[in-house]
Design a protein around this ligand. Sequence first.
Ligand SMILES: CC(C)(COP(=O)(O)OP(=O)(O)OC[C@H]1O[C@@H](n2cnc3c(N)ncnc32)[C@H](O)[C@@H]1OP(=O)(O)O)[C@@H](O)C(=O)NCCC(=O)NCCS
Length: 162
Amino acid sequence: MREFDDALADNVVIRQADRADLLDVLRIERACFSEPWPYSAFELFVDEPAFLVATRENEVLGYVVADVMPNHGNDIGHVKDLAVREDARGNGLGRRLLVQSLAAMTIAGATVVKLEVRVSNDPAIRLYRSVGFESARRIPGYYGNGEDAYIMVLDLSEWKSD
Ligand SMILES: CC(C)(COP(=O)(O)OP(=O)(O)OC[C@H]1O[C@@H](n2cnc3c(N)ncnc32)[C@H](O)[C@@H]1OP(=O)(O)O)[C@@H](O)C(=O)NCCC(=O)NCCS
């Protein structure tokens, strides 16, 4: 789990994803999720300001996909996907990706951000809570295997990134 060299966490750059990153992203996606997104889904988001990758020497270690939808002046951000390569976890990259995507969505005009998470996904739920997300409701059978989802919400007007 912690094969990643902690000292190298300092050399990780978070930047907007580009097309050349997508095969690395897809590899991580397939290793992390039982119902992975296809390549074509990532392609759709490649120009989104909140589709970010964490890279070290241009090797992708993690990513977040988020976008902002107009909603009559109360635009809604949506964190759609977040993953960190297993050997790079526990080094703060998930938090850095999430926080920088929230900053990008704030700049893009979002006032509130939502996401869905499996009710069994403790590491992700703890990360989201620690950043300020709260569980708004539970959706029965949201996932393909019948598992429930929590919808979690963050009010960006009350959010501070520190
Ligand atoms: C969720 C995920 C992105 C976290 O990435 P990460 O880089 O390991 O996270 P960080 O090192 O930034 O940790 C941030 C916080 O997440 C929580 N967390 C991370 N790993 C955890 C674990 N194994 N158990 C409990 N909490 C954990 C903690 O609150 C942690 O804060 P702390 O270090 O102050 O305790 C990563 O575990 C992952 O890719 N999981 C598989 C994909 C997934 O489930 N994505 C979310 C879909 S909704």
